[in-house]
Design a protein around this ligand. Sequence first.
Ligand code: SAM
Length: 279
Amino acid sequence: MSGDTLPPLRDVIAAHGLTARKSMGQNFLLDLNLTAKIARQAGDVSACDVLEIGPGPGGLTRGLLEAGARHVLAIEKDARCLPVLADIAAAYPDRLTVLEGDALAIDPLAHLTPPIRVAANLPYNVGTELLIRWLTPPDWPPYWQSLTLMFQREVAERIVATPGSKAYGRLALLAQWRSTARIAMSLPPGAFTPPPKVSSAVVHIEALAEPRYPANQKVLERVVAKAFNQRRKMLRAALKGLAPDIEDRLIAAGIAPTDRAETVTLEQFCALARTVEAG
Ligand code: SAM
């Protein structure tokens, strides 16, 4: 069997009785043209190992293998998908490894060789948690070169948001501090089986070699979390208790104490983190 001889995804689903389970966040992509298009958004995967979370019936997995990925490591929680994924592994010898389990509990690094890209139509219930973990590793640059991930449209907008917009906040700052982030594709509910209630979007994130502005990660995270925790408040009130003389520190960072978090740029937040860290 080769990639060409694998059956259409609708037949695979029917043959294996893979009815989508809500509890597993299952909204499948069954159009192989679409999964090929998503795989292309991951960039040149031919020299890369690709980590895929939640392959399900394997539409995106097939797209990544067809795009020439050197090796795909797929982590899937639903054991019902394993026989389907084994058929794909047989069609692409030595290029697909499947681990059964919870992506939040498995460390994939032992199974991956750099350069590494991540691509996934994520289960929405674990998507944001995984993204935050990928964006906040102990060391930078991270093990991954890029993340190509499906999110609810609203979450995608929070990742790429700029100051002054409602969507701007912790996720935008985390994603944009050390990476570039853009919406690569938009998908209507009807692209999925079953269709979810909301629209979706593929976000492509490329890791930068260095942060855009220097800052201590933990301090920056603390400042940003506190600033947006009370986003309607002026920063001199929202950041009270973060450090002594917070008004002076805000001014030193080029921020008016009466500003609100949603107008403060990434550069200003990094400057503030540095003045807070200076003690
Ligand atoms: N990638 C497939 C596609 O595009 O058709 C399936 C996408 S579906 C939105 C999410 C997939 O993630 C399902 O196959 C589900 O079983 C799996 N999943 C859910 N929670 C998971 C977890 N914690 N770890 C790994 N896989 C998980």
